[in-house]
Design a protein around this ligand. Structure first.
Ligand code: SAM
Length: 183
């Protein structure tokens, strides 16, 4: 589809696409795919792409539950999850994009040395995600409970739409980076 062999990075739950389009602009040597469940939201990203076409990005409207049907084994070099829906009820835990069920899916499509990067302002979801990294047998490479005060993890940070909104409200932003050690 891209007509080259450049690495592929994806964002799951991209919303209106502010974050992934900024990355695509900054890194023309990387291909990006943004995944979003709802067409009403995705439409906003498509409108932005009409105004500013970018060669190295495509969007897919789909539920990430089916992600293994979309990408080949080891096809993806990086996954971004930003301000994913918290699904606060316990019985919906497996729908959270950082549940161990989702980490197992990611494991199938990620290449060696690939990572998942996750940002949120939701304390319960972040604590849950730290546990799930362990539960899934993944390695926690780095984490912070105040990204915007952490010079190392803040390096090269691209703000998402929700990150701008919640940090303006004074909420600390959490971030973790995880990888699968056996790859
Ligand atoms: N990532 C954006 C940001 O940080 O500004 C948007 C965050 S918004 C809270 C979460 C987005 O993820 C929504 O647009 C929602 O439709 C999408 N989403 C939630 N679950 C999804 C799933 N299973 N598959 C694809 N998209 C999903």
């Amino acid at each position: 589809i891209f007509g080259n062999q450049n690495p592929l990075h994806i964002e799951i739950g991209m919303g209106k696409g502010k974050f992934i389009m900024a990355l695509a602009r900054q890194n023309p040597q990387i291909n990006y795919v943004g995944i979003e469940k709802y067409s009403s939201v995705l439409l906003r990203a498509l409108q932005k792409m009409e105004a500013e076409p970018l060669e190295n990005i495509r969007f897919i409207r789909m539920d990430a539950e089916n992600i293994c049907e979309m990408f080949d084994h080891e096809e993806v070099a990086q996954i971004y999850l930003n301000f994913s829906d918290p699904w606060p009820k316990d019985r919906h835990a497996k729908r959270r994009l950082t549940s161990h069920q989702f980490f197992e899916r990611y494991q199938q499509i990620l290449a060696s040395n690939a990572t998942v990067e996750f940002k949120t302002d939701n304390t319960a979801l972040f604590d849950f995600s730290l546990e799930e990294v362990k539960e899934a047998g993944w390695k926690l490479d780095a984490f912070t409970r105040n990204l915007h005060q952490d010079n190392t993890m803040m390096e090269g940070n691209v703000m998402t739409e929700y990150e701008e909104r919640f940090s303006k409200m004074g909420n600390p932003i959490y971030k973790l980076i995880a990888s699968f050690p056996q790859k």
